[in-house]
Write a protein that binds this ligand. Structure first.
Ligand SMILES: C[S@@+](CC[C@H](N)C(=O)[O-])C[C@H]1O[C@@H](n2cnc3c(N)ncnc32)[C@H](O)[C@@H]1O
Length: 223
């Protein structure tokens, strides 16, 4: 990150649950190592590696992995109860194409090679609505540059949000960075989810509250 940047690389938000029950502790100690993301453990199937940033309880990542066995998925979620939930699910269902990290996704991006990913998903990132907290937002010009570096040419970043102010700033950041195309030919391209999947916890909440989520697909068009 540039030293004069207003954007902070620190991780904000929920991390650890106050107390993890014995079963969750068991999962972290004994099962997590089996599914932990380490660069060399990810074998690109058909050259497709997709990364979900902030997967919450992992509903979307699990659905994608089950329905796209020809792809490898990486998920990052520092919220431990969410990660534990996904580890439990992938172990029970014997899912082979997900790797998980509980680190800050931005640090993980920094360890990835150029043009490593075919897609990135960021679904309902924390909106940090107060003006003084905007610099904490995950989607900001610095991170858009990082997303660009790790995506393959024609790779896509798919973002969902139900927060008006954040939606505006996401769109501005990607349009300003003219190395992405906004894939949007008709209004349903951003009012309807661009991929079939189950609903995540936050997506359900947004729809229940009539918050009208918006879905963006940006395609990397130049190296
Ligand atoms: C509002 S929740 C949405 C969770 C999930 N995507 C969903 O739709 O239900 C945002 C999530 O992003 C995670 N998050 C925030 N900053 C992150 C970062 N730098 N790296 C990885 N995850 C992050 C948070 O821990 C939180 O679980």
């Amino acid at each position: 990150m540039k030293s004069d940047s207003p954007y902070v690389s620190k991780l904000y938000g929920r991390k650890k649950s106050r107390s993890l029950n014995t079963y969750s502790q068991y999962i972290l100690k004994n099962l997590f190592p089996k599914y932990k993301f380490e660069d060399e453990s990810v074998i690109a199937i058909d050259d497709n590696i997709e990364f979900e940033i902030g997967f919450g309880y992992g509903e979307h990542l699990l659905w994608q992995a089950i329905n796209n066995k020809n792809k490898m998925f990486i998920g990052a979620e520092p919220f431990i109860s969410g990660a534990v939930n996904l580890i439990k699910e992938i172990n029970q269902k014997q899912i082979k194409n997900i790797r998980i990290s509980t680190d800050d996704a931005i640090n993980i991006l920094d360890t990835m090679a150029d043009c490593y990913l075919s897609s990135i998903y960021i679904l309902f990132p924390d909106p940090w609505p107060k003006r003084r907290h905007h610099k904490r937002r995950l989607i900001n010009p610095n991170n858009v540059d990082k997303f660009h570096r790790v995506l393959k040419k024609n790779g896509k970043i798919i973002i969902a949000s139900d927060h008006k102010g954040y939606i505006h700033s996401i769109l501005l950041d990607f349009l300003y960075d003219n190395r992405f195309d906004w894939i949007c030919e008709k209004s349903s391209d951003f009012t309807e989810k661009p991929f079939p999947s189950t609903q995540s916890k936050y997506e359900k909440k947004a729809i229940k509250n009539n918050q009208n989520p918006v879905y963006f697909t940006f395609k990397k068009i130049s190296l």
